[in-house]
Write a protein that binds this ligand. Structure first.
Ligand SMILES: *[C@@H]1O[C@H](CO)[C@@H](O)[C@H](O)[C@H]1NC(C)=O
Ligand SMILES: *[C@@H]1O[C@H](CO)[C@@H](O)[C@H](O)[C@H]1NC(C)=O
Ligand SMILES: *[C@@H]1O[C@H](CO)[C@@H](O)[C@H](O)[C@H]1NC(C)=O
Ligand SMILES: *[C@@H]1O[C@H](CO)[C@@H](O)[C@H](O)[C@H]1NC(C)=O
Length: 419
């Protein structure tokens, strides 16, 4: 499967389109022929004329971001083996750099990678309110990518995980096969009861898939997980010495690479989430699996389904989930889905913020409904132009509304596309 790549110039593919400008954005995309384009990939290609027209419309009033110099976030299997190893090197580098989080607040943050986990834990309410979920995670991934580049010399972009590619057999995929160009293998066998989900039986849990123990193969087999747990889904994770989970609690990385969860994140679910929901609240709700669709055999919503493809500890922990490096691949995919949704009708969608009709987020392992209900009430009352996304010690605070434009937000600092 590896080694044979077809070189496709996307500008050639796009050349057939009659666009409003002469000069076309131009980059080389290498696609892995083992994975034919799925319905969402095709949908993404189909938005490019709209993206181009939108950029032309916005030109002048903004900044230095153009399609020519936007960076390109690619799917993991579309990267060459060397590119994957270079990304892994950068993550391991971040895990070896001294932390910047204040020692009194997060003594369990042992390195720069952990700083992001500690941020996600302490800012969980802000990161997961309906108004903030999309934009705050966009910023979170951006500043992580920036740290990989600026602190660890990474020249590429944050890769994403197209769930559909791996849904049949995730354990043997280039992402999880345990090779030195994967993001590590599955966890060892471990008994745990599956992941509770707020749906009636028989959908009240995502079944366990046979892993859940320590990752024993691949580049992250020796990774030390320190922060948390705070809301773990697996058994026998030692308690953190601090009630807030921010103390040091060194242990192994655990995962249950889960095809039952992946079944809820297949391309038909992603496609339907994007195409059947024209207003931002319906899109937000469907992304979270709400309300349950009649007769749906995999009702988790792509957000939860994507999280529990990894599961385990800390990946399955609502607060500590960025402690599994694959978190950024999952939220990259979600960011891509938001972008494709926005670009269906950029005029009306780019600055749409979830709020009035956003439903409570179904628990990550259950139990967060109360927080979400309060957050939803606050969201409905919020003046979005005043909202600030503050990631504490990982990045300067920014206006929420400056994060909506993937191509040009933050005065041009956000400038990337997905392929
Ligand atoms: C981005 O591309 C435009 C051409 O489209 C160019 O004029 C500009 O200098 C580039 N900006 C940077 C920072 O590379
Ligand atoms: C997606 O496809 C699967 C079969 O592969 C089917 O069971 C499921 O109902 C479909 N879901 C949606 C939302 O279309
Ligand atoms: C999505 O929309 C299509 C076309 O209108 C419809 O056939 C399909 O049933 C809808 N799917 C869901 C899950 O609502
Ligand atoms: C545009 O300018 C911003 C802010 O100075 C910078 O961070 C970003 O890298 C630039 N973007 C491009 C595409 O050159």
């Amino acid at each position: 499967m590896r080694g044979i790549y077809s070189l496709v110039s996307l500008s050639l593919l796009l050349g057939a389109w009659a666009g409003p400008v002469q000069k076309r954005w131009d980059f080389k995309a290498i696609r892995n022929p083992a994975y034919p384009l799925d319905v969402v990939d095709k949908l993404e290609e189909s938005i490019m004329p709209k993206v181009e027209a939108w950029m032309v419309k916005r030109a002048g009033k903004t900044n230095n971001c153009t399609l020519e110099n936007a960076s390109v976030r690619r799917e993991w299997s579309d990267l060459s083996v060397d590119e994957r190893k270079e990304y892994i090197r950068a993550v391991l580098c971040l895990q070896s750099k001294p932390p910047k989080a204040p020692k009194n607040k997060a003594p369990g943050s042992l390195n720069r990678f952990d700083d992001f986990v500690a941020t996600h834990m302490t800012m969980a309410g802000m990161l997961h309110s309906p108004t903030n979920l999309f934009a705050a995670h966009r910023y979170f991934i951006h500043v992580y990518e920036k740290a990989l580049r600026e602190e660890c010399g990474y020249k590429g972009s944050q890769p994403y995980m197209n769930y559909d590619r791996y849904a049949d057999d995730p354990v043997n995929s280039p992402l999880f096969d345990g090779s030195d160009s994967s993001m590590g293998g599955n966890g060892a066998k471990s008994d745990y009861p599956g992941v509770p989900q707020p749906f009636p039986r028989p959908y009240d849990k995502i079944p366990a898939a046979g892993g859940g123990g320590c990752v024993t193969e691949g580049p992250f087999k020796d990774m030390v997980v320190s922060l948390g747990p705070k809301s773990t889904i697996v058994r026998n994770v030692p308690a953190n010495p601090r009630a807030d989970g921010l103390g040091s609690n060194p242990r192994c990385l655990r995962r249950d690479v889960n095809k039952f969860s992946a079944a809820g994140a297949r391309a038909n679910y992603t496609y339907m989430t994007i195409m059947n929901n024209t207003d931002i609240d319906s899109f937000y709700n469907r992304y979270l699996g709400q309300p349950q669709l009649k007769g749906d055999p995999h009702p988790w919503g792509i957000h939860n389904a994507g999280h529990y493809i990894i599961g385990g500890d800390p990946g399955g922990d609502f607060y500590c989930s960025p402690g599994d490096p694959v978190f950024y691949f999952h939220h990259g995919m979600l960011d891509r889905v938001w972008w494709i949704w926005q670009m269906q009708d950029p005029e009306h969608r780019v600055n749409a913020v979830p709020g009035q009709a956003a439903m409570p987020m179904p628990g990550h392992g259950g139990g967060h409904g109360g927080m979400k209900t309060r957050a939803a009430a606050a969201a409905a009352a919020a003046d979005v132009s005043e909202l600030v996304v503050d990631l504490g010690w990982t990045a300067p605070p920014v206006k929420l509304m400056d994060l909506n434009e993937q191509l040009g937000g933050l005065g041009g600092e956000l400038c990337y596309i997905y392929v």
